[in-house]
Design a protein around this ligand. Structure first.
Ligand code: GLN
Length: 380
């Protein structure tokens, strides 16, 4: 048989590769982003209760209404806009399923989708699978600032969508109000959709305010806002998230959602509906993760790694150009094998694998883990 891949250029995702290498070499794993501490026991008990109460069959296709109501209240209180729980919010199996569903619902052969590089690795395969073409805007360290004139020059009649991700994985940068306003002025009076990946919305530091696309009417009218419970409640393995969009767009999303997943985990939705009612569960996150960022950074201050600014997410970029000329993919492998510390090489997210000698370290870890990682990095 001769079977050809629909994704001939796509290998195994870097997160699987680096986590496997970390396990094989018994290395501290700061590569794939996930906490090494437990999710709240209150939330775990709520899930157990929901299972015992019999919420073990299919949930409603768009999600448990009570959960969608609480999400709607959350968005209204944080960003000052109303999304109707029945027609404008859908519960998804994590951010990735929402992103795949959005791209599948709209991208047709010949369509272009603008992405900012470095870009999270699930966007482009989903664009390609639907026959679309990713049009890259390469951003550069240390600031990863967007030249909005460049973006404006890329927009044409084939542009179907723009994907933004703030706070940004892997750069740790966040879009300012000015960035969002400039994007709004580019998209105004067009039929271009916006996929706003905001899965790190609550992980934002130094008093900054998350500029959700929901806050900007000219963006919100065309935007799918993607959020993740895994990032917010320290349970990435539950694969739970949601998507919010105006009703006329959400109906197209659900056309696809009903057939690629139908619905998502029922007892977890029941539990989240109760847990999310208390805003402290997410309003305490900036402080919680800022402390972890500062703890980690303090431990590598005197190392030869250059610390890049981290305004949000649970990822810290380190520049190793003072240490070696090695390519980041090679250095990440050597760090894992020889120094027993796994990270993510940033070039895998870049246009043409642009190598800026940057590694990404996840600091969603216990202090003892960060302490040990800091000791290793300080000796290199
Ligand atoms: N979002 C996580 C990260 O950036 C990885 C998720 C995954 O493994 N696909 O590390």
């Amino acid at each position: 048989m001769h079977i050809k891949s629909k994704l001939p250029q796509t290998g195994t995702t870097i997160f699987t590769i680096m986590s496997a290498l970390a396990a094989e070499h018994n290395a501290i794993n700061l590569s794939q982003g996930f906490p090494d501490f437990e999710s709240s026991s209150e939330l775990i008990n709520l899930v157990t209760d929901a299972m015992k109460k019999g919420y073990n069959q299919y949930a409603p296709m768009p999600g448990v209404l009570r959960l969608r109501e609480v999400i709607s209240e959350k968005i209204a209180s944080l960003y000052g806009v109303n999304y109707h729980p029945e027609s404008e919010i859908t519960i998804t199996a994590g951010g990735t399923q929402a992103i795949f569903t959005i791209l599948s619902a709209f991208v047709k052969p010949g369509d272009e989708v603008i992405v900012f590089k470095p870009a999270y690795d699930c966007y482009e395969p989903a664009i390609q699978l639907n026959g679309g073409k990713a049009i890259s805007v390469q951003l550069r360290a240390p600031g990863f600032q967007v030249d909005w004139n460049e973006v404006r020059s890329l927009v044409n009649e084939r542009t179907k969508m723009v994907i933004i991700n703030t706070p940004n994985n892997p750069s740790g940068t966040v879009f300012s109000k000015d960035d969002m306003t400039q994007l709004a002025s580019i998209l105004e009076d067009t039929n271009i959709l916006l996929l706003s990946d905001e899965v790190y919305e609550h992980l934002i530091f130094d008093g900054a305010q998350h500029q959700s696309a929901a806050r900007f009417p000219a963006l919100a009218e065309r935007a799918f806002i993607v959020s993740s419970f895994g990032k917010t409640f320290h349970n990435t393995g539950w694969k739970m998230g949601y998507c919010a969009a105006p009703a006329e767009l959400m109906k197209f999303f659900r056309q696809v959602h009903q057939f690629n997943v139908f619905c998502v985990n029922h007892p977890v939705q029941i539990a989240l509906a109760a847990y999310l009612k208390n805003p402290d569960t997410y309003l305490t996150l900036p402080d919680f993760y800022q402390q972890k960022r500062d703890f980690f950074v303090k431990r590598i201050e005197t190392s030869r790694f250059k610390i890049l600014p981290c305004q949000g997410t649970y990822f810290q970029l380190l520049d190793y150009s003072a240490i070696t000329d090695e390519k980041d993919t090679d250095f990440a492998i050597r760090l894992t094998k020889e120094y027993k510390l796994a990270s993510i090489p940033v070039s895998v997210f870049n246009e043409n694998q642009l190598d800026q000698k940057l590694l990404r370290f996840c600091f969603a870890k216990k202090e003892e883990t960060l302490e040990k990682a800091g000791e290793i990095l300080s000796k290199i």
